[in-house]
Ligand binder design. Structure first.
Ligand code: PGA
Length: 285
C-alpha cells in the first residue's frame, strides 16, 4: 500500500520518532498516538458462561472498581444475549458499559431468532461487536452484511466495534495489509463519522491460539489502519483502534504501549475475573 505524499509530509513534520521495521515498506504513521485518551478494554465472552458465572464476574468487577485506588481505563463487557440484562443490572451504577456480540442487519419485524440494534440499545448496551472473525467464518457474514449491521447500529446510537483481521494463509502470502484494508473499506457505512465507531484488529490466527503478532507487526498494521481511516473519516486520529487475539495479563501492558493501540478486545481472559482485572490494570491510563 502507498502512503500519500501529503500524509507523509504531515507524518514527517510531526516529531514522532518511528523506525519502520527494516524489512517493510513503511513510513511514519501520519497521526499522533492518542495518548491523551483513555484506553478501552472490552471483554468478549462469546457463547460462554451461565447465570452464576456472569454474576460472579460482573459483580466481582464492580467490587474491584469500587476498591480501585487509581484511574482506570474505559471498560465494556460483552456477554451473550441471554445475560445482557443481568449483567446490565449488576453494573448499572458503575462506569462499566455493556455491549452485544452481534445485531441483526434488519430494523425490526419477522426475523425469528434475530435481535435488533434497537432492542440491544433498549436494554442498555453502549456497544455492539460486529464482523468478529467467528461470525465471518461460521456464519458466512460478508463485509456487506457487516456494513448493513453497522448502519442500523449507528441509527440507534450504538457504537459498533468493527472487527477486521487476516487469516494465517493471508499472512503467509504477505497479504495482511491488503486483506485488512479491504475489510475496513467495505465494512464501514457511507457517511460514518470518526467518533461513531471503533475498529478491532484481530488476526484470525491469533484468536484463542496463544500466539500474537510481534509488537512491530501490530504497530505496522495499526499504523496502516490509521492511515486508511484518514481517507474515510476526519479527524481519523480519534477513532479508537483496539488489538485483539490472545491478549493476556502477560502481554497486555506491552501491547497497550504500542503506538495507535487504543485498547484491547479480550476473549478467553475476560472469562477469568483475576486475569481480566490484571489486563485492566495493565493500562497506564
Ligand atoms: P482471545 O479472543 O482473547 O480468546 O484470543 C479474542 C476475540 O476473539 O475477540
Amino acid at each position: 500500500y502507498l502512503y500519500s505524499p501529503l500524509l507523509f509530509a504531515i507524518g514527517s513534520a510531526s516529531t514522532l520518532l518511528y523506525s519502520p521495521p527494516a524489512t517493510r515498506h513503511s513510513l511514519p504513521p501520519p497521526f499522533p498516538p492518542m495518548s491523551s485518551r483513555k484506553k478501552l478494554i472490552a471483554g468478549n465472552w462469546k457463547m460462554n458462561g451461565n447465570r452464576v458465572e456472569a454474576t460472579r464476574i460482573a459483580a466481582g468487577l464492580a467490587r474491584k472498581l469500587t476498591d480501585a485506588d487509581r484511574p482506570l481505563p474505559r471498560i465494556t463487557l460483552c456477554p451473550s444475549f441471554p445475560y445482557l440484562g443481568l449483567v446490565h443490572d449488576l453494573l448499572e451504577n458503575t462506569a462499566i458499559k455493556i455491549g452485544a456480540q452481534n445485531c441483526s442487519e434488519y430494523l425490526e419485524g419477522s426475523y425469528t431468532g434475530e435481535a435488533s440494534a434497537k432492542q440491544i440499545k433498549d436494554i442498555g448496551c453502549a456497544h455492539v461487536i460486529l464482523g468478529h472473525s467467528e461470525r465471518r467464518s461460521h456464519f458466512k457474514e460478508t463485509n456487506a452484511n457487516i456494513k448493513a449491521k453497522a448502519a442500523v447500529a449507528l441509527k440507534e446510537k450504538l457504537i459498533p466495534i468493527i472487527c477486521i483481521g487476516e487469516t494465517l494463509a493471508q499472512k503467509e502470502a504477505g497479504q495482511t495489509i491488503t486483506a485488512i484494508l479491504s475489510q475496513l473499506r467495505e465494512s464501514l457505512p457511507k457517511d460514518i463519522r470518526a467518533e461513531q465507531f471503533l475498529i478491532a484488529y484481530e488476526p484470525v490466527w491469533a484468536i484463542g491460539s496463544g500466539s500474537t503478532p510481534t509488537c512491530e507487526e501490530i504497530e505496522h498494521v495499526h499504523g496502516a489502519i490509521r492511515q486508511e481511516l484518514g481517507k474515510i473519516v476526519s479527524p481519523a486520529g480519534i477513532t479508537p483502534i483496539l488489538y485483539g487475539g490472545s491478549v493476556s495479563p502477560a502481554n497486555a501492558k506491552e501491547i497497550m504501549k504500542i503506538q495507535n493501540v487504543n485498547g484491547v478486545l479480550v476473549g478467553g481472559a475476560s472469562l477469568k475475573l483475576d486475569e481480566f482485572w490484571d489486563i485492566i490494570q495493565s493500562s497506564d491510563e
